[in-house]
Design a protein around this ligand. Structure first.
Ligand code: GDP
Ligand code: GDP
Length: 437
């Protein structure tokens, strides 16, 4: 599902990051508990009245280069206007209306994106009464808040979610494999896409009318429809923020949400970076199937051990994604590029695979016989039965006597046994526990 994007803009020190943390707070903490996955503090998922959304604190983006703060704010607004469905414009009620607020308002009025004005630091009634001057900025919704104390943020979020666009229609049929090509700037994503499209066996269809400004590329190969979903690499508009690493994470996130399979492009020349782990972590969490594509293999000095070494490095760095196959390619020379789409097709099939309940239970029983669940203070986990409840990604529910008794390591063991039996290559596997008899 495509989540709406909410961006927070405003000049420095008005309280953007305080508001971000207030809205996102608890969810960030929960997500950071997962091993191997770190959250970027400027992106989070928020939820209000059952509606989920992405939240971006544009103040946390570093653009580098320019010194004037107003340029910095302008880039934030540009990004928000391009990427967000709703913009929260934060001003400081204590300081009152400043010329730079008016400047930001002018930029925002040039776009047709819905804007909700949050007059922050309205910590007491007197301050809340002083907010009327901000109506002169020309926004319909002016909401006094205190990000620090959490007052008014409910009204703010009501106004924000009421402006979400209607759910977007799914453009492609169930059998079309949606692929995103993600990775750091300069890993070679656009070169790879061009290399894939340049292959003679691929037929690129004309781009249908898409919603938003997505530039999806539908293609056809050996009887299978694919679509390369909108990513940073496809269209380079040359905007300042597009070269920032954090922006590339946002684009990756948005593309991943719309994909069945993520091609995680690593730069074979530069090696694995922290940012790669973050991007891969998003694909894993989103339940996409994944393939690691080590690009620029032509430029890597190598002997017969280099590939194995790189593969081991990947397995170490992305230990939570050991299910993902690894391809070594060169967009430049075309080496092994023809292996990408067949690999995509293979992992997409695994991602959509359904296993029979009876065979699954046979596998679970065998696994428990070989290695019984460890006992905990005299109590032992008992798995009554398991069943696959959904696909994309495959999700298995185990009905157990007491979910609290299940250790991470035992679940890991069961997952390995399930994979040995069925494959599920390239796809994450969700195993959920439910109390049941
Ligand atoms: P940003 O630069 O826009 O992200 O601003 P910050 O979130 O870093 O906040 C700037 C300062 O304003 C910090 O010292 C915050 O503690 C303070 N601040 C933020 N929200 C409020 C608020 O609602 N009331 C008061 N009194 N201070 C606030
Ligand atoms: P993107 O930002 O991830 O889309 O990366 P680009 O496709 O724009 O490529 C970044 C740079 O890497 C460009 O200078 C490319 O020419 C170069 N590049 C891309 N693929 C390869 C490759 O397979 N081998 C080599 N040697 N260079 C590559």
């Amino acid at each position: 599902m495509v989540l709406p994007v909410v961006a927070i803009v405003g000049r420095p020190n008005v309280g953007k990051s305080t508001l971000f943390n207030r809205i996102a707070g608890e969810r960030i903490a929960i997500v950071e508990d997962k091993p191997g996955i770190t959250r970027d503090r400027i992106y989070a998922q928020g939820e209000w009245t059952g509606k989920r959304f992405h939240l971006i604190d544009t103040g946390g983006l570093e653009f580098g280069g320019e010194d004037a703060f107003i340029d910095h704010v302008r880039h934030q607004v540009e990004l928000a206007v391009d990427e967000a469905d709703v913009i929260i414009f934060v001003v400081d009620g204590r300081e009152g209306l400043l010329p730079s607020d008016e400047e930001v308002a002018t930029w925002l009025h040039r776009s047709d994106k819905p804007v909700v004005l949050a007059v922050n630091k309205a910590d007491n009634r007197r301050r809340r009464e002083e907010m009327y001057e901000f109506y002169s900025l020309g926004f319909d919704e002016v909401i006094p808040i205190s990000a620090l104390h959490g007052t008014g943020t409910g009204d703010l979020l009501d106004a924000v979610v009421s402006r979400f666009p209607e759910g977007e229609e799914e453009l492609y049929d169930e059998d079309t494999i949606r692929v995103s090509v993600i990775g750091r700037p300069n890993a070679g994503k656009s070169s790879l896409i061009n290399a894939i499209l340049g292959q003679e066996r691929v037929i690129v269809s004309p781009i249908p009318g898409t919603t938003r400004d997505a530039v999806d590329t539908p293609l056809h190969r050996d009887g299978q429809d694919f679509v390369l979903v909108d990513t940073a690499g496809i269209r380079k508009r040359g905007k300042v923020y597009e070269t920032t690493e954090k922006y590339s994470v946002l684009r990756a996130l948005r593309a991943i949400e719309r994909s069945d399979v993520a091609l995680i492009v690593l730069d074979g020349e530069r090696g694995i970076a922290e940012q790669d782990k973050r991007i891969a972590g998003y694909a894993h969490e989103a339940g996409c199937a994944s393939i690691f594509v080590v690009n620029k293999w032509d430029a890597v000095e190598k002997d017969e051990k280099t590939m194995d070494r790189f593969r081991r490095e990947i397995m170490n760095a992305f230990s939570f994604m050991n299910y993902a196959p690894v391809l070594f390619v060169s967009a430049k020379t075309g080496q092994r590029v023809h292996k990408i789409l067949p690999a995509v097709q293979e992992v997409a099939e695994q991602h959509a695979m359904r296993v029979s309940t009876s065979v699954l239970n046979q596998v679970l029983m065998d696994a428990m016989l070989t290695t019984p669940p460890p006992s905990e203070r005299g109590k032992r986990l008992r798995i009554r039965y398991g069943t696959q409840v959904s696909v994309k990604p495959p999700t298995i529910v185990l009905f157990v006597n007491d979910p609290e008794l299940a250790h991470f390591s035992y679940l890991r063991y069961l997952e390995n046994r399930i994979r040995e039996a069925f494959g599920f290559r390239g796809t994450p596997l969700n195993i959920r526990l439910r109390k049941g008899d």
